[in-house]
Unconditional design. Structure first.
Length: 718
């Protein structure tokens, strides 16, 4: 990889990642180099997004596509691959618009020196937001290549066709020229001479086709590189001295014993106290010898008292949704329901703990990092070390899971601080214990719902109060004449003073909590009204896409109407996330003696609009469902006096192979709709579907997650 990218002015448009002809040729060789600003592509973007939104237009995501002498296409994007599969689906989008084979596309991702700026890979936004821009870029490049081919073949553009990266005269395939031949030996900066439009979905060849992941072989064979796999000559492994609890302050530290370990280098710089050695286990032995004294923790709450504490700190709400008058709704009700739902802290628990390798040389810092936002990592290091941003390069190898948890970049700063202090390459790789201690957990949350039904069995009012889960998923989906939604701590992770531990975004932030509460309350009302849960939902839904999605799930499952609890162990939950629709039916078996629950089957229908890679989306749905089983049944963070009692998977139980049910996925999106994010919707419905299935199986209405055997047993009717 190059050490240097130079700035240059391309006339009207200046790019922060622009480069001279010499540097460009040094990196990529000759070829077509296409650059554009988002404003140039509004006609094409409007085909897949409608009029570009303010949020879309505010993104500083200018993109580079390069077509080389050999015809290979290189896409450079600030997005990163952390298991969600965009290394494949983004390549499919570009290949489609360029009319090249998928195996002809190379993805370069998350390199802050080569790739355009990107705010981060999260929120299931890569496909719905960046994808349309990438398609438009491919269409622009194709239009330019057709212009070049028109000059070479001496025929109008209208008489040309493209297949597999070869332009030919329509009706006379012998008159042809490959993309590589068009770009050979040239560095061309061009704009299309006419308005660019995207392909019609009816003409797709690559988009919508199930494709095995491009990174699959490297990952199953162990060839894939992660941050902790990076080794450099002379590299030191760092083990950092950590406090025993949150809310404590270091009084003094005695490092004399640690200094006796042969070959260990001790560094105390910018708040980082670390032992470094060429072998990680020796560095760890040295850190263990440091004796320190801390103040007592200022944190007094634990996982049992946290909910009362959060309610006391809540403050005034935001009210994003209101209709009718709640008092009128209550007067119209023959039955009123008031329930409180609790949801504890949940860890991200990625397969790969945080890691980074940093090397400071000749005034420049190069970092290989496990991060969801390499540009944010670069800016954080620049701020911490006082280095110019252009002297810092962050490269992102494969990331082994993030789920929103790899965005703070603490380990990146630690590695950079130690590399600068020692003058040698340094690796910081967190242990599982550090991963749990420094995780910014999904916020603990409370949802209070007051609702009612009229004498016709329909909902009469809905008063929804959500605390610290945020507004995502809080808006009512069902038709109800009188409603109010109140959101306290609109983004739970933005209120650190209320939480005794670090909190942040966790797959579909807050929506899993809000959907669990809402769908549980819906089932309670349906059961009291004596109406089948499916029928009760259908009679309150007006959104045609939501109804279609729910109907598809019910038909595939083979739903037979009946009142709940019926002893059959089946439950429904629906929801929306990042615009996508999801309907889920869970089937469970409950041991009435112990309360242990085995989820036997899950049917999940999802409407994501245009699906880029059906195989990839199905894998994401299966992963989301499996992850959802964890927060639903087993995952709970225990803590007291600032100490985290869960430091590994011996006590923090993730779903195991034996607990994963038969999962059946249905894709019900229309290819003529815009694409929507697929990484998060399925996870939101698991809690509600399983809770309702447990109630149907044994009559236990559990209102706190996770629904452990003890809580299920306690909630069973006498």
């Amino acid at each position: 990889m190059p050490d240097e990218i130079e700035q240059c002015d391309f006339g009207e448009y200046t790019s922060p990642f622009a480069m001279t002809r010499r540097t460009f040729l040094k990196i990529f060789g000759g070829g077509l180099f296409v650059m554009w600003a988002l404003s140039d592509l509004r006609p094409a973007l409007s085909q897949v997004t409608g009029p570009p939104t303010k949020e879309l237009l505010s993104l500083d995501v200018n993109t580079m596509v390069r077509i080389g002498e050999d015809g290979r296409v290189t896409c450079l994007t600030g997005k990163i691959e952390m298991g969600q599969g965009i290394v494949t689906s983004l390549a499919q989008m570009l290949a489609e618009e360029l009319d090249v084979p998928l195996d002809q596309v190379t993805m370069v991702m998350g390199d802050t020196r080569l790739c355009p700026y990107d705010r981060g890979t999260w929120g299931s936004l890569s496909t719905p937001q960046f994808g349309p821009q990438l398609r438009a870029a491919g269409a622009e490049a194709r239009a330019i290549l057709l212009q070049l081919a028109s000059q070479h073949l001496e025929v109008p553009v209208e008489e040309l066709s493209v297949e597999d990266g070869v332009v030919f005269v329509t009706g006379d395939a012998k008159k042809r020229i490959a993309y590589g031949a068009l770009t050979k030996g040239k560095l061309l900066r061009k704009r299309a001479q006419s308005t660019v439009y995207l392909k019609n979905p009816g003409d797709f060849k690559t988009i919508g086709t199930a494709v095995t992941r491009l990174d699959g072989y490297d990952k199953v064979t162990g060839r894939a590189k992660y941050a902790a796999d990076i080794t450099l000559p002379g590299m030191l492994y760092a083990k950092i001295f950590r406090p025993p609890a949150h809310g404590v302050k270091l009084i003094k530290a005695d490092v004399s014993a640690a200094k006796t370990v042969d070959g260990v280098q001790l560094v105390h710089e910018r708040g980082v106290l670390a032992a470094l050695h060429k072998y990680p286990d020796v560095a760890e032995q040295a850190v263990a010898k440091i004796q320190a004294e801390f103040t007592p923790s200022s944190i007094q709450v634990n996982e049992k008292t946290i909910f009362d504490h959060l309610l006391e700190e809540a403050g005034a709400p935001q009210v994003p949704d209101v209709a009718g008058t709640l008092d009128t709704g209550r007067k119209d009700s023959v039955k009123v329901f008031e329930h409180t739902y609790l949801d504890g802290y949940v860890a991200h628990a990625p397969m790969e703990p945080h890691a980074a390798v940093a090397h400071f040389k000749d005034g420049e810092m190069t970092i290989w990092a496990s991060t969801q936002n390499p540009f944010g990592a670069r800016e954080k290091v620049a701020s911490e070390l006082g280095l110019p941003v252009d002297k810092i390069r962050v490269l992102t190898p494969f990331v082994g899971g993030g789920f929103g948890g790899k965005s703070r970049n603490l380990q990146v700063v630690e590695a950079a601080v130690l590399a600068m202090a020692t003058g040698r390459p340094v690796q910081v790789a967190w242990s599982r214990e550090e991963e749990f201690f420094y995780d910014h957990y999904r916020p603990a949350a409370i949802v209070k719902i007051n609702s009612g039904i009229a004498d016709n069995g329909k909902m009469s009012f809905w008063d929804f109060h959500t605390y610290y889960a945020g507004g995502r998923g809080s808006k009512h989906q069902y038709k109800v004449p009188h409603l109010r939604t109140s959101v306290y701590g609109a983004k739970g992770y933005s209120y650190p003073d209320a939480h005794p531990v670090l909190t942040g975004a966790w797959r579909a932030p807050g929506n899993n909590t809000n959907t669990f509460a809402r769908e549980s309350q819906i089932d309670i009302m349906a059961a009291t009204a004596g109406i089948d849960p499916l029928e009760f939902r259908m009679m309150h839904l007006t959104d045609k896409r939501m109804k279609k999605t729910l109907e598809a799930a019910a038909k595939h499952y083979g739903w037979v109407p009946g009142e709940s609890p019926a002893g059959r162990g089946r439950g429904i939950a629906i929801g929306t996330d990042v615009g996508a629709y999801v309907a889920m039916i869970a089937e469970v078996e409950v041991d009435k003696v112990t309360g242990y629950t085995q989820v036997k089957r899950i049917v999940c229908a999802q409407d994501n609009g245009l699906t880029i890679n059906p195989e990839g989306l199905e894998i994401q749905m299966e992963g989301g469902i499996t992850m959802g089983l964890g927060y639903t049944l087993t995952e709970d963070v225990h803590f007291a006096n600032g100490r985290m009692h869960d430091t590994n998977f011996g006590t923090y139980e993730l779903p195991r192979f034996s607990s994963v049910p038969k999962i059946e996925t249905l894709l019900v999106g229309d290819k003529f709709d815009r694409p929507l994010g697929g990484g998060e919707p399925a996870v939101i419905a698991v809690g509600g579907a399983v809770a309702n299935a447990i109630y149907d199986a044994c009559g236990a209405r559990v209102t706190q997650l996770p629904m452990t055997p003890q809580r299920i047993k306690a909630a069973m009717p006498a």
